[in-house]
Design a protein around this ligand. Structure first.
Ligand code: ADP
Length: 758
């Protein structure tokens, strides 16, 4: 036997075990070749994966989903999306956070399930302040929440109010509920009847005190509140969806109107689940129309059975939701602009909000709170033995929250990917059909991926000394492939896990597996694939991959646009505020900005001196100091709005506050637009533009028409006023070359003329 054969043990070729390789030249060569091969394969897989993910897979980052993880994961599986539980270098289509936007501001793309600043905007103090300001302007529209005082700032007003009622001997004596500003789950809440019982927080935290709604609608003698889920799809344009069902949370002690004796009974007066679950009488029924946690639909059915109109109650709730979001919208816009610079065009936000609503005994819904991060947990605690708590699935929670999360995801995912999925699904169906048929007929199925098989590299070990020609070449491709897959299987890295899927796809037959992924994504849609694309694209959330009815109902602008457009006046104030902010990213207006506002709007022409502007600024800053827990200097939007109302009251008198504010805004916008051309480049330009879609702008079309006409008239008249001494320019204007305008006689002009007459 030659030396050559002596060095080779043929058994090792027949069973190529990577661990048994000896580093002879030949084997080293082979090993390197294998490494190169693996590397190339990895690269190819990565490219396939990236292409595949980018084009078709809807990716979801759940690295910060925390307690939402269970339900989000369920929905991801159900919809066939791709989860990234440890985050991803590139941005995902959806970033599902349980925390606020501020905790991850570096995102540059995808849809984030939190709007910036929403936690603050939904804090009790900020929410009821915003609603109060709307109530000042639209008293009959904003009568759906209890009267609120802000402590400690308004302690005096509160005391006076209580004293007045005591003197009047109002019966029954009103009760008040004290809630910590940023509290949740019923923490720190107590009832009082006398202002002296109010205990200020030792660490200076603020409270809201509210009228306690004592005459509430009861079911089986228990008090309850409704948790209504609302999806804010976008704020520009405003797009609101409401979940058609929600939860009703019941207290666990039969309700009695408040007396001194029962004021401390939290299981009677508070309906929070987190609190009542500790009660021994908490009823954990699995049925959705029984127990201490039920569905809203079951409550509405009960109301209908009692001969009342449950549908009407729900419609009123929808209106309350729209009005509340409209009240929050100006602040949301300011926060959004400050946190998401125009460069981040790929990033946008959506959010699920939880509205807590209670029904009065006449079935009038009243808003108690808006929760920026409502619990999406689908488990509940169960005490299996004294002191031992177990978490078990809650069917009622799952019935509501799972469709809510799933349909919210469907609402926000990129439409083009859904189209892709639908197309692939139809193709898959066809291919599966073919496969079944070919199996029956014994033919080879058409979808064996020929190109990929051809790409596959075979590794051969050639033993020249083997006398048997058939054994001279040994194909180790399969073993290598297994080794490769083992490598992927061992990897715990998420990205490698994706590659592993794709590696399997490649090492076997790629196409069918990919198709299966699509199949998963649309498995709940089996009987609908005959639908044409054109039909399927009509609705964005009407289950694009399925004909199943969505649990979300589009309420704004779809239903209530016309009814509530008039309420969107404060967005104009927000626009003025943003114009005066100056520095991007800032949320408060400084003294210079406030002066700039007065100067640009020519408030001096209405008799506002610089000194009065400064005094007003200091006054308002002090008044709204409690809304500034971080003690940053400057005036917040609410303070700015109050200043505007004050200026309007002083200098733009009209029969109602609303008209006064409208007059002020008209005046300011006209003056700013006129001066727009000489604005220093550092200041953001006021984007006064009549928008194309009425839904995306706060003013009614008549109002906009009036505004644009007034702006034109004001601008021309003002110019004429300025240029009266300059007959050349006047002639130029009259020729209408620049403005195409022939001014009317001064006397015919509307009240705007008076602004210039000063
Ligand atoms: P938290 O954020 O701590 O849950 P809420 O404002 O939701 O605070 O109040 C907790 C509970 O207190 C509510 O679920 C409701 O049952 C009761 N409650 C709150 N405000 C009022 C009110 N003005 N009148 C009657 N009950 C109220």
């Amino acid at each position: 036997m030659s030396m050559h054969t002596k060095n080779f043990n043929m058994d090792s070729f027949k069973k190529p075990e990577p661990n048994n390789f000896k580093l002879t030249d030949f084997r080293r060569d082979l090993h390197n070749r294998h490494k190169r091969e693996v590397h190339m394969r990895k690269e190819r897989l990565r490219a396939v994966e990236t292409r595949f993910l980018a084009k078709q897979m809807i990716t979801v980052d759940t690295s910060r989903a925390r307690s939402n993880c269970d339900v989000v994961r369920m929905c991801i599986k159900e919809l066939g999306m791709k989860e990234f539980p440890f985050g991803r270098k590139e941005h995902c289509d959806i970033h599902w956070h349980a925390v606020s936007y501020e905790e991850n501001p570096d995102l540059y793309g995808g849809k984030v399930n939190k709007f910036p600043g929403m936690t603050d905007i939904c804090s009790k103090m900020m929410l009821f302040r915003s609603l109060d300001q709307m109530r000042e302007l639209f008293p009959s529209d904003y009568d759906f929440y209890p009267r609120t005082w802000y402590m400690p700032t308004q302690f005096h007003e509160f005391s006076c109010e209580v004293r007045k009622l005591t003197e009047k001997k109002v019966k029954p004596r009103p009760t008040y509920i004290v809630k910590p500003d940023s509290g949740a789950q019923g923490d720190g809440i107590y009832l009082i009847r006398d202002p002296v019982d109010y205990t200020p927080s030792p660490n200076g935290k603020c409270h809201v005190v509210q009228e306690y709604l004592s005459h509430v609608y009861l079911i089986d003698r228990y008090k309850f509140d409704l948790r209504v889920y609302v999806v804010l799809k976008s704020i520009e344009p405003l797009d609101i969806h409401i979940c058609k069902d929600g939860l009703a949370r019941f207290s666990t002690l039969p309700y009695e109107t408040p007396t001194y004796k029962n004021l401390h009974e939290s299981f009677m007066h508070l309906t929070n689940y987190s609190l009542n679950k500790r009660s021994t009488t908490f009823n954990r029924s699995e049925r959705s129309d029984e127990g201490s946690k039920r569905t809203i639909s079951s409550v509405l059915r009960k109301i209908n059975l009692n001969g009342k109109d449950g549908d009407q109650v729900w419609k009123t709730i929808e209106r309350i939701v729209c009005k509340t979001v409209i009240a929050m919208l100006p602040t949301m816009r300011i926060e959004y602009q400050a946190n998401i610079p125009p460069g981040k065009t790929k990033l946008s936000c959506f959010q699920i909000l939880g509205f807590d609503i209670i029904l009065m005994d006449d079935l009038k819904p009243m808003l108690l709170e808006v929760n920026s991060g409502p619990s999406l947990s689908i488990e509940c605690e169960q005490e299996v033995a004294p002191g031992i708590v177990e978490y078990v699935a809650s069917p009622t929670d799952e019935e509501i929250k799972r469709p809510l999360v799933r349909d919210t995801m469907m609402l926000v995912v990129p439409k083009e990917k859904l189209k892709y999925c639908r197309r692939r699904k139809r193709r898959l169906k066809r291919l599966q059909q073919e496969q079944r048929e070919s199996c029956r007929s014994g033919k080879r199925p058409r979808f064996k991926s020929e190109p990929l098989q051809r790409q596959r590299t075979h590794i051969l070990i050639i033993n020249a000394d083997e006398p048997d020609a058939s054994k001279r070449e040994i194909d180790v491709t399969k073993q290598m492939s297994e080794m490769h897959l083992d490598h992927y299987n061992d990897s715990r890295d998420q990205e490698s896990a994706t590659s592993r899927d794709a590696a399997k796809d490649l090492s076997e037959v790629d196409m069918p597996k990919m198709e299966l992924d699509s199949e998963m994504s649309e498995s709940h849609d089996d009987d609908t694939n005959h639908e044409e694309d054109s039909h399927e694209d009509d609705h964005d959330h009407d289950s694009p991959t399925s004909r199943r009815e969505s649990c979300l109902k589009h309420i704004y602008p779809a239903i209530y646009d016309d009814e509530f457009e008039r309420l969107r006046l404060l967005e104009r104030v927000a626009e003025l505020f943003r114009f005066c902010l100056g520095v991007r990213g800032s949320l408060r207006i400084g003294p210079t900005g406030f002066r700039t506002f007065a100067r640009k709007c020519r408030l001096n022409r209405r008799g506002m001196t610089n000194a009065s502007i400064d005094i007003m600024y200091i006054d308002m800053q002090r008044k709204f100091d409690h809304m500034n827990p971080e003690r940053t200097s400057g005036l917040c939007f609410q303070g700015f709005l109050s200043s505007c109302l004050e200026i309007a009251r002083r200098k733009f008198y009209a029969p109602t506050k609303l008209e006064m504010l409208e007059n002020l805004l008209d005046y300011c916008e006209v003056n700013i637009c006129q001066r727009d051309d000489d604005m220093p480049p550092t200041l953001p330009r006021l984007q006064y533009r009549p928008k194309q879609s009425s839904s995306s702008y706060g003013q009614s079309s008549t109002f906009r028409r009036k505004m644009s006409r007034d702006i034109r008239e004001e601008t021309i008249e003002d110019l004429l006023d300025k240029t009266q001494k300059n007959s050349e320019i006047e002639a130029f204007l009259r020729q209408g070359r620049r403005m195409n305008y022939v001014p009317k006689p001064v006397l015919d002009q509307p009240t705007f003329m008076s602004y210039n007459s000063e």
